[in-house]
Design a protein around this ligand. Structure first.
Ligand SMILES: [Zn+2]
Length: 160
């Protein structure tokens, strides 16, 4: 069984809350807990909530695994109608504010929403702690990794 919410239910109620408390199995030892408030606003569905949880990451310096506490605000907007065909899957409204096109889908996949949100919430530089002693002789530049998550945004071209 998946974690999905029906768009019609949100529209009928005006708003509803989905309580997610589960593992994200694609990520290592990742558990996420969040009450997400879905609101229907015209042609859009807004999803907001505080996300808390844990995930195991690999330290970029010493390569040891460490537990990272997740705590961030989820803020997503979905378009009910396929308004943004020419822009692709996502359209940036303002900085960091994206609209996801539902393409007429009647369900929102909350598991996928949280999976994507956790990935975006991870730090660029993953360091196990202030006491990490490995890599002391490595300069900042050398372990600055290319953030491939930003690559998807390079593909968005807005036609005029
Ligand atoms: Zn470390």
């Amino acid at each position: 069984m998946g974690h999905v919410i029906n768009v019609d239910d949100i529209e009928r109620e005006g708003s509803c809350t989905y309580e997610f408390n589960d593992d994200i199995k694609e990520l290592e030892n990742c558990h996420v807990n969040s009450d997400i408030l879905f609101r229907s606003i015209g042609d859009f569905i807004e999803a907001k909530g505080r996300v808390k949880g844990k995930i195991t990451l690999d330290c970029d310096r010493c390569l040891n695994k460490f537990v990272y506490d997740l705590d961030f605000e989820l803020d997503e907007t979905f378009a009910k109608k396929s308004l943004y065909d020419e822009y692709g899957q996502e359209l940036e409204l303002a900085q960091g504010q994206f609209i996801t096109d539902l393409n007429g889908e009647k369900e929102i996949d909350i598991y996928d929403l949280l999976y994507q949100s956790v990935i975006l919430a991870l730090p660029n530089k993953k360091v196990c702690g202030i006491n990490c002693n490995e890599g002391l002789f490595v300069s900042d530049e050398e372990y600055k990794v290319q953030d491939s998550r930003m690559d998807i945004f390079k593909n968005i071209q807005i036609k005029k």
